[in-house]
Design a protein around this ligand. Sequence first.
Ligand code: NAI
Length: 475
Amino acid sequence: MSNSTRVTVITGDGIGPEIMGASLSLADAAGARLDWELAEAGAVAVAKGEKSGVPRETLDSIERTGLVLKGPLATPIGSGAKSANVTLRKMFETFANIRPVRELPGVASPFAGRGIDLVVVRENVEDLYAGIEHMQTPDVAQCLKLVSRLGCQRIARTALELAVSEGRERVTVATKANIMKFTEGMMQREFEQAARNYPQLRTDHMLIDNCAHQLVMAPEQFDIIVTTNMNGDIISDLASGLVGGLGFAPSANLGERVAIFEAVHGTAPDIAGKDLANPTAMILATVMLLHHDGQSPAAERLEQALFAALEEGAATHDMGGTLGTREFAAAIGERIGRTSSTASRPKGQLKLPSLTEADLRSEPGSRGKAGVDVFIESHDTPENIAERLAAATIGTPYQLSMISNRGTVVWPSRGPRPSCVDHYRCRFLIADRRSWHADSVLGLLERVGRDYRWMHVEKLDIVNGEPAFTVAQGE
Ligand code: NAI
């Protein structure tokens, strides 16, 4: 087995052993040169007292192999144990989630016959999913949406490289840059900058809401869609629904050192151990792993056998058929070496971007201070708050310029007032910018704190003469 690639195999929980068993034996039958290294994670590991869901030996195995085929893992609810999936994603920083969505022969869907064949490339570690949340007041929660140039550049370039490696023509970046100009806008800008190096590709920007609409109206138009974490989470599931659902959706989680391949669906506890599971998504994840490892001939043999079985009506119960997992796998096994009438997409080697410091480190530029936003908790009226805060600024370099509630200006009043919650942003601008110093913020906070509980402060920077903060609605 000297010319085989070692792969860490995490069988998974629920239906994991059934679908993984089918995938491994079919990969072997298709001529894959893979050397499976079995490792535990998920419920089995938690039951043995491993709170992270991923034991040390499994992490060591992944460090060694860099390549993982993973069954679904149950996320324990309320036991204090962590999600093994999240542990793996964070520990190995698999920043790119690749979700191919392709119409499969014999799989019923309202879109059958449209020729859907697209890939959603989702940034996988940043955005709202960084999990930085704070209760601001008893009634108001906040989640920080952090988006970085590093995150945007590497996912943008991954999507562009994927297009090249798969011979695709169009890459669409989907964002909400019209509303979130800095965060979602950064994804659009970084993508557009990266796309300049790929003149052979057709690249465009689409607002994510329109993208969702277009995915349902004319999904066949898309080749590759690249997007931020939460957008990608939602539209990739939507896209899977177009071609038969999660039971047919594989995915890859790619990082610099580690690539993890898996089915998108979960452990299906309702059918576990009953020989009812559909192994298609897991088999397609194995096909992706084989391509990734440069074993495209074996990948295509496996995929063609699957397509041939589907074309000839092989179907598990979830597809309206009668075959059990084992019979379905056997139907595929019998067809290894056959060519179906659905061609496999030719795939080259995907080159993950290597970014240098110079790619990512912006010039610090000239920086100045315009003032500070202080967030306070209050059930007072905006007028009363304004009166007290204006008094608090006397003798400081600050002036109260506006108060907003959930992003809309409520003082100075301009027309109808939105319903206010107990969370106000109070913007203090500095009259003479040269007079700003850090102690002045502390002095201001001390004065504000005499009347109100403050919980959050943002300095208002001016970078290269441009405000590094947005204005409120109606400001
Ligand atoms: P699920 O995907 O396991 O099941 C949803 C429904 O789809 C069920 O009716 C199930 O029987 C069916 N289904 C799923 N895969 C199937 C297959 N291959 N063949 C036939 N039917 C299939 O989602 P659910 O119930 O929300 O989650 C169950 C567990 O799985 C939870 O602990 C969850 O945290 C975990 N999970 C793990 C994932 C992963 O490891 N990547 C992803 C999603 C959920």
